[in-house]
Design a protein around this ligand. Structure first.
Ligand SMILES: Nc1nc2c(ncn2[C@@H]2O[C@H](COP(=O)(O)OP(=O)(O)OP(=O)(O)O)[C@@H](O)[C@H]2O)c(=O)[nH]1
Ligand SMILES: [Mg+2]
Length: 440
């Protein structure tokens, strides 16, 4: 990514009513004027005004956002043309012919980062807003973009820098009677607590960003595929009264209890069946092995489950679903050592109980409230490093070993800087921004 090129890319998904082509870089306005023609040329004087004109043979709107008051921090021109692949491509082609280079994935946001418009944590939030699959994940990403996490990290950094400065003045002026902080180690209590709090948010961050893998398992004919269809809200899986209907695993994304999940329906596990069914059953077992949550469906109208399920009942990933209670509404069901719900996928009765039990299983509590912020795995890895370094530094400070204490303090500050992208190395930037979509 060369920062001095003028780049272009589609800022909207192709296929909508309107497509936005974004041009950014030192020649953006000149190139904009080469491909767009209106009553007056694009210039600083018409900043942030929508102007009607023509480009690539189409009637389009153009808006000019001169540096530094633009998303990327350099000159930006956006052309709003008719949506649809051909119309957008035509404008894009003329921009390329007029001297632009096609933007790499995430290159606009990368420029915003390099121009100091946002730190790395905020840049990541931009991608997360685009990728958010639940309202909670979206709000989390919006707060991160607004600076909720950046502020905490800034606080952490400031506290560490102050302690390091004190530590270094002990080294520089060992014999002077300065106004020394009496208990420097205690000054690390708050940074340590903050690091722990941020680290603890990683689980929520991973659940809300990456979602979790949920598998529907059980014997044939208990209603696994019916449950899949009910949760999806449409008939995705084939449902019949014949045991062994589902032969292969079937995966779909959805949101349950505001948690993004990948839900997999599996072939009912039983002995016998033909060769194809046995391959399907082997897949079911493999899918279950890697699942984070297992919905074990049992038929409430059938005799108590066979002993083979007993082992599964010890599994902390398990949520037992007694299905078909419409057939036996008054039946007293056996107590189980794992959470269980009773419902009917046929009538939809009690499905909300499943969402509640699922929320409880994932968050470990029924009164889970949305976190203010949640770190991602990259942040968590650095926070783990900081979490080790700070107690080490505190120990040295208590022993008044200033020189020794300064080493972990410096390393911890460097780790905070890696999170926010201060002095970030190009490989890291490449890794992060390549996950963005083109035009973002
Ligand atoms: N009465 C009643 N019938 C149900 C309910 N859920 C599913 N069924 C019926 O049970 C039969 C089996 O349903 P499926 O969803 O195909 O069961 P499955 O567990 O996917 O079965 P396999 O794919 O063979 O493993 C069908 O005839 C469904 O209509 C329920 O809640 N109540
Ligand atoms: Mg099925």
């Amino acid at each position: 990514m060369n920062q001095y090129d003028t780049i272009c890319g589609p800022a909207t998904a192709i296929g909508g009513a309107v497509a936005v082509i974004r041009i950014a870089g030192p020649d953006a306005i000149a190139i904009g004027n080469r491909i767009w023609h209106g009553r007056e040329p694009l210039s600083r004087e018409c900043a942030r005004k929508m102007l009607l004109g023509r480009a690539g043979g189409d009637h389009v709107l153009a808006v000019c956002m001169p540096a530094p008051a633009s998303y990327t921090g350099d000159d930006v021109v956006e052309i709003h043309c008719h949506g649809g692949a051909a119309a957008a491509r035509s404008v894009l082609r003329t921009a390329l012919e007029a001297g632009c280079r096609m933007a790499e994935p995430g290159e606009f946001t990368c420029r915003a980062f390099l121009n100091g418009k946002l730190d790395l944590v905020k840049a990541e939030a931009v991608a997360e807003i685009v990728a958010a699959r639940s309202d909670t994940a979206l709000r989390l990403a919006e707060r991160q973009l607004a600076g909720a996490l950046s502020r905490e990290l800034q606080d952490l950094r400031t506290a560490l820098v102050e302690i390091l400065a004190e530590c270094e003045s002990h080294l520089d002026f060992p014999d002077e009677e300065l106004d020394w902080e009496p208990d420097l180690a205690a000054g690390l209590d708050r940074p340590i607590a903050l690091t722990e709090r941020l680290s603890a948010s990683a689980h929520a961050g991973s659940v809300l960003r990456d979602g979790i893998r949920v598998v529907i398992a059980g014997r044939p004919n208990v209603g696994k595929s019916s449950l899949m269809n009910r949760l999806l809200g449409y008939d995705r899986a084939i449902v019949t009264a014949i045991p062994g209907t589902t032969r292969d695993t079937l995966e779909e994304p959805l949101t349950l209890a505001d948690i993004p999940i990948r839900l997999t329906d599996t072939a009912g596990v039983r002995d016998g069946g033909d060769h194809i069914e046995q391959i399907g059953i082997e897949r079911s077992r493999q899918t279950m092995a890697t699942a984070e949550v297992i919905f074990l469906v049992l038929d409430a109208s059938a005799p108590a489950p066979a002993a083979e399920w007993a082992a599964w009942q010890q599994d902390p990933r398990m949520l037992v679903i007694w299905n078909k209670i419409d057939l036996v509404p008054d039946r007293v069901l056996p107590e189980l050592p794992v959470p269980s719900v009773r419902l009917s996928t046929l009538t939809g009765e009690n499905l909300t109980a499943l969402a509640d039990a699922f929320r409880q299983l994932v968050w470990g509590s029924s009164d889970w409230s949305e976190p203010e912020l949640a770190v991602n795995s990259r942040h968590a890895a650095e926070l783990a490093v900081i979490g080790q370094l700070l107690p080490e530094a505190a120990g040295s400070l208590r022993r008044e070993e200033w020189e020794v204490a300064a080493i972990p303090l410096r390393s911890a500050i460097a780790a905070v800087d890696r999170i926010t992208g201060e002095n970030a190395d190009p490989d890291l930037l490449e890794r992060i921004f390549s996950r963005f979509c083109i035009g973002k």
